[in-house]
Design a protein around this ligand. Structure first.
Ligand SMILES: Nc1ncnc2c1ncn2[C@@H]1O[C@H](COP(=O)(O)OP(=O)(O)OP(=O)(O)O)[C@@H](O)[C@H]1O
Ligand SMILES: [Mg+2]
Length: 263
């Protein structure tokens, strides 16, 4: 695994785009051959008691490195379910998700944890930050849990908060931040461990229009500057407009819709 632990000074000294390339090189030879993510005949059925909820069956999907994909669909259509499967937070009933051609289902416990913690950054509708801790401490958390050097983690967290326009708020407790500011903190926290893939579940869902617009703009900027591949579930047309592709989930099928702002 490309090492923030092993080469902290190198990573600190390089530009944002080159840093994000640190993990990318590991997969460089694969990206021309395989899409970053491929879902094949993906099926998720929930069973509780005698009841069966078929969320979707035989879903197929390909996401190539660098793409910015908006996932839309009505409430209950399965957006969160799909994101959880792509993040290996859940296991499909049938079918497979491939990451650069490798089956997530074939990963052992350790590789699965590594995939979730190092390859994927996840942002939820509600920020899931620790409200008693400062913005800076929250952004540092995934790095410290990952065993990275404290000073390196702290410097990176400051840099990320600056990128989110929150440099001044770094020392403030999350409980003292606005909803939009919290969501921006949650966004950069997801980038602490330099993921390749950013999955966001209605990141603007609980925000007013103006804060949502700022979060959407930050998402787009981070996507570009960090060389990310991003998949966002959203009801927000403004956010969907910023994507390269818009996919719509309805009645268990996924269809490509032309993004309103398609270039
Ligand atoms: N753990 C579970 N057990 C049983 N049913 C579930 C479970 N999780 C989700 N579901 C069902 O699966 C369907 C899809 O849910 P999901 O949360 O993926 O939808 P969604 O598109 O994210 O909706 P929203 O826009 O409201 O967030 C729903 O009918 C939901 O009730
Ligand atoms: Mg959802």
């Amino acid at each position: 695994m490309g090492g923030s632990q092993t080469e902290p000074e190198d990573e600190l000294g390089t530009s944002a785009s080159r840093r994000s390339g640190a993990q990318a090189t590991e997969h460089e030879h694969l990206t021309t051959v395989f899409p970053m993510l491929r879902a094949e005949n993906l099926t998720r059925i929930f069973r509780s008691g005698n009841e069966e909820v078929v969320v979707f069956e035989n879903l197929n999907l390909e996401i190539r490195q660098g793409e910015f994909v908006a996932l839309t669909g009505e409430s209950g259509s399965g957006k969160t379910t799909l994101l959880h499967l792509l993040a290996a937070l859940d296991t499909p009933t049938r079918g497979e998700v491939y990451f650069f051609g490798e089956r997530l289902g074939g990963f052992d416990v350790e590789r699965r944890a590594q995939y979730r913690n190092r390859k994927v950054g996840f942002v939820w509708q509600l920020h899931h930050l620790l409200s008693e801790f400062s913005a800076l401490e929250n952004v540092m958390m995934p790095g410290l849990i990952g065993g990275m050097d404290f000073h390196h983690v702290q410097a990176r967290a400051r840099e990320l908060l600056d990128e989110a326009g929150l440099g001044q708020a770094a020392g403030r407790r999350v409980g003292e931040l606005s909803g939009g500011e919290r969501q921006r903190v949650a966004l950069v926290r997801a980038l602490m461990n330099r993921p390749l893939l950013l999955l966001a579940d209605e990141p603007t869902g609980s925000l007013d229009a103006r804060s949502a617009e700022r979060v959407a703009a930050l998402l787009q900027k981070l996507h570009r500057d960090h060389g990310l591949t991003s998949v966002l579930a959203t009801h927000n047309a403004e956010l969907a407009r910023r994507a390269d592709h818009a996919l719509r989930l309805a009645d268990g099928t996924l269809t490509e819709t032309v993004a309103p702002g398609a270039r």
